[in-house]
Design a protein around this ligand. Structure first.
Ligand code: ATP
Ligand code: MG
Length: 252
């Protein structure tokens, strides 16, 4: 990895890039993953590269929803495997969710490489290698494990594809997404859309879940029911608008 000076003003963003590039080099991340990261970075820039209050709110609701779930799954793709393996494993342990590899550009080799990568980072089990069930989709993200995403009631899908998000919601599942683009089809169709960078969001969800360990079911249900995803998405767009307005005023 290239050495990035820690005092660089955009240290974290550059470090994230290095991780994704490394992921491509070792065959975990696809080339297309680089483009996805670029689109995400653009929206993060517009959001001021921070976790806003509306994101913390959806992250708390996500935590409650995962705790309440009977069969929660965290879906892993090539970007998240390269960027946040430890955070995904930590969250999966705190909320008792299984990890499942699910790829758009799927090859058995890449699936196995990601499974090995997660196991090397401390995961005790990773699904996705069987691929013995199909979602009604014409591309490889439809290939899932029967005892995993196929039968899940709540699925957390960081960096989801819009098509699959719609399909999962159509199957009656609750879908939590992490996507910096509030305009993507993913964000517009998810049950809970977290507009935040995945490198910040996962630990916020995990910490929120830890803080809810003593909560009873009723409190958790109340939090989930009080949440309105459309209102939350509007707040993210308002934040981008306000940020742009402030920046425009600074220019002139
Ligand atoms: P959709 O199919 O939902 O309309 P898309 O086709 O624009 O979305 P994809 O290529 O399917 O996008 O997935 C990439 C998405 O992931 C983008 O919307 C991008 O904003 C988001 N993204 C990329 N990197 C990150 C990151 N580090 N954190 C959060 N979101 C990210
Ligand atoms: Mg897409």
């Amino acid at each position: 990895m290239t050495d990035i000076p820690q005092d660089h003003p955009r240290y974290l963003s550059l470090l994230t890039r290095e991780r994704i590039v490394e992921g491509v080099k070792v065959g975990i991340t696809s080339m297309q993953g680089l483009i996805a990261q670029g689109r995400g970075e653009c929206f993060d820039y517009l959001l001021g590269e921070k976790t806003h209050q509306f994101a913390t709110e959806s992250e708390r609701v996500a935590a409650a929803m995962l705790i309440l779930a009977e069969h929660p799954i965290i879906s892993v793709n090539g970007n998240t495997a390269a960027l946040v393996p430890e955070q995904m494993i930590r969250l999966s342990e705190i909320v008792s969710a299984s990890l499942e590899v699910n790829l758009f550009h799927r090859t058995d080799e890449r699936v196995n490489r990601i499974i090995d990568h997660l196991m090397n980072n401390g995961a005790s089990e990773v699904l996705g290698g069987k691929g013995d069930a199909n979602l009604p989709l014409s591309h490889a993200r439809g290939i899932v494990d029967k005892n995993g995403i196929f039968s899940a009631d709540v699925v957390l899908v960081p960096l989801e594809d819009g098509d699959r998000c719609e399909t999962l919601v159509g199957m009656g599942k609750k879908v939590i997404t992490i996507d910096l683009n509030p305009l993507s089809r993913t964000s517009r169709t998810a049950t809970v859309s977290i507009v935040d960078n995945v490198v910040r969001a996962l630990d916020v969800i995990a910490d929120a879940a830890l803080g809810m360990q003593d909560w009873d079911r009723e409190q958790l249900v109340k939090l989930v029911e009080s949440y309105d995803n459309k209102v939350n998405l509007k707040m993210s767009l308002d934040a981008i608008n306000e940020n742009l307005r402030n920046m425009a005023n600074e220019v002139l």
